[in-house]
Design a protein around this ligand. Structure first.
Ligand code: ADP
Length: 202
């Protein structure tokens, strides 16, 4: 999305490019693993487990977590639809910079709208955007309710809560789908790492 507010801004072509950084690391192909799913579906938990596996094997990664980003970069944004769109757009741009830095980036955001995820996909090259659908039924998420948010949303104390009074649009063709109602955290994490290994990222 091009902002009309920035004019007379010219992109600097740097001497050290992504390909140089990738060559220097010499062990991985950078990409973003974009975890999407309902609150409590397991995005953060699985992304954390994946990052631990990657770290232990010497890969270079960075995990961008929804709540953490909202403490800083995006603390000016609410959960209303327009701000959710901007939230995801900014994360998409940040993830692009980190991929440019040569990292395996993991993001854990509900990112409920198909259109927003499609926009982030367009920021990256085809091989560099890996959508991971953490497919956990609403009833299971609500039963887990790790942060007590569903209870509050049901009581009307939180507005625009995904799955309750705000929509979640499931990915139509995610590169990876993990089913946390049948697989453990460790199994889900292994599945993601196996995808990376099997597709030449590691
Ligand atoms: P999200 O980041 O999607 O909001 P969290 O990772 O914060 O979700 O919370 C998911 C909760 O579900 C955690 O308490 C986690 O321990 C639990 N859980 C149970 N089984 C699984 C599983 N197979 N995969 C991921 N999380 C699971």
């Amino acid at each position: 999305m091009k902002s009309d507010k920035s004019t007379n801004v010219v992109w600097h072509q740097h001497q050290i490019a992504k390909a140089d950084r990738v060559r220097q690391k010499g062990i991985q192909r950078p990409a973003v693993l974009w975890f999407t799913g309902l609150s409590g579906s397991g995005k953060s938990t699985i992304a954390n487990a994946v990052e631990q596996l990657l770290f232990a094997k010497g890969y270079h990664s960075y995990l961008l977590d929804g709540d953490n980003v909202r403490h800083g970069l995006n603390k000016d944004l609410s959960f209303a639809d327009a701000d959710r769109v901007e939230n995801i757009r900014r994360i998409g741009e940040v993830s692009k910079l980190f991929v440019d830095a040569g990292l395996l980036v993991l993001t854990a955001f509900i990112s409920p709208f198909q259109q927003d995820r499609a926009l982030v996909r367009t920021l990256h090259s085809e091989q560099e955007f890996i959508e991971v659908f953490v497919d956990t039924p609403l009833a299971v998420c609500e039963q887990r309710d790790p942060k007590g948010l569903y209870k509050k949303a049901r009581a009307g104390e939180i507005k625009h809560f995904t799955g309750i009074d705000s929509a979640y649009e499931p990915p139509l063709k995610p590169e990876i789908r993990v089913d946390t109602s049948t697989a453990s955290v460790a199994e889900c994490a292994e599945q993601v790492v196996a995808y990376l290994a099997g597709n030449g990222y590691l």
